[in-house]
Design a binder for this molecule. Structure first.
Ligand code: GTP
Ligand code: MG
Ligand code: ZN
Length: 350
């Protein structure tokens, strides 16, 4: 693997000074407790040590996919200690709202963010706008991909609708499935540059990545036909190399860009519905299909307005993220623990 193919030449232009290139690597995958690194010598397992962790103040201080890092290779092993992260030229991150706003970096050192939406059920202009803002904030160029163009009769009309709302951003109708527009996307990816694909689950990010690579590098999966949302087929952010030069980062679908409100606020707004919800058979009733749901019963009996019910369900869906946030926090604590165990194992081997 040569550093140039990984995008080093373009990246290093952003550095204020020359850097000894011997121990440079790029973060390809974040695993639990360790990292897959691509280096001149090939693949390495990257680990971090106590000193690194002690100086890290937040999650953003840890290596992220796309980061360039300085490593120290362990003798006789395909392992390397990550000593430091080189300055991020760009990044795309989302801010987690809530009591403690935290930054989550989706990818570092990318030139283009391909914002993928499906022209089927996923299509949503305000979500596109949020992604565009996120990309620009981190110094990346947003490019909008309206995928699944094969599914609708007039993709051009949709394109115009989007371009009227969002100006100054390139928009491409694409069908990752039948190849329409894939060449246009490929042309944007210059040799040595890095791009990331973001968007909800099931929009076809991995299918597009495979089309660009000309092979089935990434697993893809059919969408559930009921809501056209995918099932999170891609579970990790990872780097793939384009044969013509260029670094692709595929990401798992994101749901966290949804609405932010507190459970209490939801309760207040939908007090009337909540009253029925108290009588649902199960405490964790999702009010959409559970047996013995008092909300559904009230809906059928016309005691709850249909539109209001839809809104309530939509909001409850996005509020799952608050639960998810809590889980992420716990997962993060676990990750720290695993890293610390990995470190102990490493120092034990010395
Ligand atoms: N009709 C049509 N289907 C497509 C197209 N692109 C992808 N799909 C289908 O959409 C489904 C989801 O595709 P994926 O590539 O797995 O979606 P993803 O965005 O990577 O999803 P996650 O990994 O879960 O985030 C698959 O069944 C694909 O075959 C397209 O251009 N047209
Ligand atoms: Mg995928
Ligand atoms: Zn219910």
């Amino acid at each position: 693997m040569d550093l140039k193919a990984l995008g080093w030449d373009l990246y290093k232009k952003s550095l204020p000074e020359n850097i000894d290139e011997e121990n440079i690597a790029r973060v390809a995958v974040e695993n639990r407790g360790s990292y897959l690194l691509y280096a001149e010598s090939g693949e390495l397992e990257g680990i971090i040590q106590g000193k690194f962790m002690r100086s890290a103040e937040s999650e953003a201080d840890y290596p992220k996919v796309g980061d360039w890092v300085i490593t120290e290779k362990l003798r006789g092993e395909d392992k390397a200690v990550i000593k430091s992260i080189l300055p991020r030229k760009t990044k795309i991150s989302r801010k987690r709202a809530g009591e403690d706003v935290a930054e989550q970096i989706i990818a570092a050192n990318v030139d283009i963010v391909f914002i993928v939406q499906g022209l089927d059920g996923d299509f949503n202009i305000s979500r596109l706008e949020r992604y565009v803002a996120m990309s620009k904030e981190g110094g990346c160029e947003p490019v909008i991909i309206l995928n699944k163009a094969d599914l609708i009769a007039d993709a051009q009309a949709k394109l115009e609708e989007v371009s009227q709302k969002i100006s100054g951003v390139r928009i491409f109708p694409v069908s990752a499935q039948n190849g329409q527009g894939v060449e246009d996307v490929r042309k944007l990816i210059q040799e040595g540059s890095s791009v990331v694909f973001v968007g909800s689950s099931g929009v076809g990010k991995s299918t597009l990545v495979n089309a660009l690579l000309g092979m089935e590098a990434q697993k893809t999966q059919e969408v559930r036909f009921d809501d056209s949302r995918g099932r999170h087929t891609t579970t990790k952010r990872e780097i793939l190399l384009l044969p013509s030069g260029g670094v692709l980062i595929d990401t798992p679908g994101m749901r966290e860009l949804g609405l932010w409100a507190s459970q209490e606020a939801l309760g207040e707004t939908f007090d009337d519905i909540k009253i029925f919800a108290q009588h649902c058979k199960f405490n964790d009733c999702d009010h959409t299909q559970s047996a013995g749901c008092a909300v559904l019963k009230a809906l059928q009996e016309g005691k709850i307005d249909h539109k209001r019910y839809d809104n309530f369900i939509k909001l409850s869906g996005s509020l799952d993220h608050f639960q998810a946030k809590k889980e992420r926090k716990e997962a993060w604590a676990l990750k720290r623990k695993q890293i610390s165990i990995a470190r102990k194992q490493y120092s034990g081997k010395k």
